[in-house]
Design a protein around this ligand. Structure first.
Ligand code: ZN
Length: 460
C-alpha cells in the first residue's frame, strides 16, 4: 500500500489559527480587487476574474461556443457591457454603471434613447423595504433591459425626461469554464465547485471562489490520496455545460462539495447530497458540527445552487454543499450590501480551514485493528502518555488513544469512532498514527469511501 497516503499524513497543519488568519487576509485582499468586475454568465468580467485566480492556482480554461447544445440547454450568446447610465438632460448621471456593476440588469440589450419617467418606470428595479440598497437582477433568457437602483434614488429621480444609455453587446461568443486539477496518489477524485457569475457581490459568490482557490493552493503543497478537481463556472448553465463536457471524469468522482456563501457572518450550513448518506455527508457534518454545535444540517432539495445539477438523476454525484447562512436567508443577499464589509477575513479563513478539515477526513479515514486487545496496553511504557510536548490537546489526546484502542476491532473507522467519542476526527487520526508507530494498531484499509459505506450511516 505504498503511495496511498500510507503515512496517514494530515493535510491540516498544527498551527491552524495562524494559517487561517493569513489565508483569510490574503483572500480578503483579492476579494476587494475582484469585487467591482462586471461578471456575468459569459464575458470578460469572468475572464478577468479567472486570470487573477490563475496567479494563485494554475487553471485550465475552456471556451464553449454560443449555440452549443448542453443536455437540455444551449450555451447563450456572450454579453459585453461597457457603460450604462440614466442621466438628466444636462448630462448629469443619476444612475451610473461605473459606480456599481449592479446598476445594470445582467444581459440587458443595448439602449440609447430619451424616455419620460413613465416610460422608464417598467425598467427600474428597487427594494422599497431596503431603500438604501441596490438589488441584483438578471435577464439571461428573455431579451430586455433594465436598471437596478436604491429606492431612495428612484424616489428622487423626478419626472424626466431622461437620457438612457446601455452600451452592451449580445452576440455569438463563448462561455468560459475553468478548472484546476491537483494530482494525488490515486485517480479517485474529489470535486470542488464554485459559481463565478455574480458581479459586485462578495459573499455570493466571490467567497466560494476564493475559498476554493486557497484550498487548492494549500493542497498543492500536500501529498494526497485523492486527486482534486476545482471547477469555476457560472451557476446553472455553467455547471450543466461543465457536466456535459466532462462526462469522462464523472465516474472518477468519489466525493464533492459545492462551495458558496462562505464569507458572511452566519453559522455553517451543510446541505446533504441527494442520497443523504454518502461519505461526504458524514465527513462534512462531523467537521462542521465539531466546529460549531449550532451548525445546521439541511436536507437535500432541488433548489439552491449547483448541487441541483450534480444531484440530477442522470448525474447523481455525491456532492454536498457547504455555506454559512444560505441563499435568501440573510438580508444582504443579492443586494449591494453583500460587500467587502459583510465578508470578513476571519470568516473566510475559518471557512477555508473547515473545508480542509472535511477533506482531511476523506483523506485519512481508515479502519484499524488493535494488536494488543487483552486489557488496556501500558501506554506510559511506550511514551504515549505525555504531560509535555508538541500535542495541543492533552486530555483529548489521551482519551483519543483509549478510544482508538477500544474501538479498533477492524469494523469501525476513525470517523465512526470520532462520532461515538464526540472528539474531533483529527485528534483520533493522530492518535491512530502514533499507536500504529508503536505497534499497537495495524491499519486495515485505506479507502475512505469503502470504510464509510461499510459503517452504519449516521442518524439524521
Ligand atoms: Zn446568487
Amino acid at each position: 500500500m505504498t503511495g496511498i497516503n500510507d503515512r496517514n499524513t494530515a493535510i491540516v497543519d498544527t498551527e491552524t489559527a495562524a494559517a487561517a488568519t493569513a489565508a483569510g487576509n490574503a483572500m480578503h485582499e483579492l476579494l476587494r480587487e475582484l469585487l467591482p468586475l462586471p461578471r456575468s454568465i459569459t464575458g470578460d468580467g469572468v475572464r478577468q476574474t479567472l486570470a487573477a485566480l490563475h496567479m494563485r492556482l494554475p487553471l485550465t480554461t475552456s471556451e464553449i461556443p454560443s449555440g452549443t447544445a448542453v443536455f437540455d440547454w444551449t450555451v447563450p450568446d456572450e454579453w459585453h457591457i461597457e457603460d450604462a447610465y440614466i442621466a438628466d438632460m444636462s448630462g448629469r448621471r443619476l444612475v451610473d454603471f461605473h459606480a456599481s456593476a449592479l446598476h445594470v440588469v445582467g444581459y440587458s440589450t443595448p439602449v440609447d434613447a430619451t424616455y419620460s419617467r413613465d416610460e422608464l418606470e417598467p425598467h427600474l428595479h428597487s427594494l422599497p423595504d431596503q431603500p438604501d440598497l441596490i438589488p441584483y437582477r438578471t435577464a439571461y433568457y428573455a431579451p430586455s433591459w433594465g436598471f437596478c437602483l436604491s429606492h431612495r434614488v428612484r424616489e428622487s429621480l423626478g419626472t424626466g425626461p431622461f437620457r438612457v444609455v446601455i452600451r452592451s453587446r449580445l452576440a455569438p461568443g463563448h462561455l468560459t469554464l475553468a478548472e484546476a486539477v491537483i494530482p494525488g496518489a490515486t485517480d479517485d477524485e474529489v470535486l470542488l465547485f464554485a459559481h463565478d457569475c455574480h458581479p459586485a457581490l462578495a459573499n455570493d459568490n466571490l467567497s466560494g471562489v476564493l475559498v476554493a482557490t486557497w484550498v487548492g493552493q494549500h493542497l498543492r503543497t500536500r501529498r494526497t490520496r485523492y486527486t482534486y478537481r476545482i471547477v469555476f463556472a457560472p451557476a446553472t448553465i455553467g455547471s450543466i455545460t461543465w457536466l456535459a463536457h466532462r462526462r469522462d471524469v464523472l465516474p472518477r468522482i468519489r466525493h464533492g462539495l459545492v462551495l458558496s456563501l462562505l464569507g458572511g457572518p452566519g453559522r455553517f450550513h451543510y446541505k446533504l447530497t441527494r442520497e443523504g448518506t454518502r461519505p461526504i455527508d458524514r465527513a462534512a457534518w462531523h467537521v462542521v458540527h465539531a466546529t460549531d454545535a449550532a451548525a445546521t444540517r439541511l436536507p437535500f432539495s432541488p433548489w439552491g445552487y449547483d448541487e441541483r445539477q450534480f444531484g440530477s438523476p442522470g448525474i447523481d454525484l455525491p456532492m454536498g454543499r457547504l455555506t454559512r447562512t444560505p441563499n435568501g436567508a440573510f438580508p444582504e443577499y443579492h443586494t449591494s450590501a453583500d460587500d467587502a464589509t459583510l465578508v470578513t477575513a476571519a470568516q473566510l479563513g475559518e471557512s477555508w480551514l473547515t473545508v480542509l478539515r472535511i477533506l482531511d477526513v476523506l483523506e485519512r479515514d481508515a479502519t484499524y485493528v488493535n494488536l494488543a486487545p487483552y486489557g488496556e496496553p501500558q501506554l506510559g511504557r511506550r511514551g504515549l502518555y505525555r504531560t509535555t510536548g508538541g500535542h495541543q490537546h492533552i486530555p483529548e489526546r489521551q482519551l483519543a488513544l483509549l478510544w482508538m484502542l477500544n474501538q479498533s476491532d477492524g469494523r469501525e473507522s476513525v470517523l465512526g469512532i470520532a462520532e461515538r467519542a464526540e472528539l474531533p476526527f483529527a485528534v483520533l487520526a493522530d492518535a491512530a498514527t502514533d499507536l500504529e508507530a508503536v505497534g499497537l494498531l495495524r491499519r486495515q484499509t485505506d479507502r475512505a469511501e469503502r470504510v464509510v459505506s461499510l459503517s452504519a450511516p449516521a442518524p439524521l
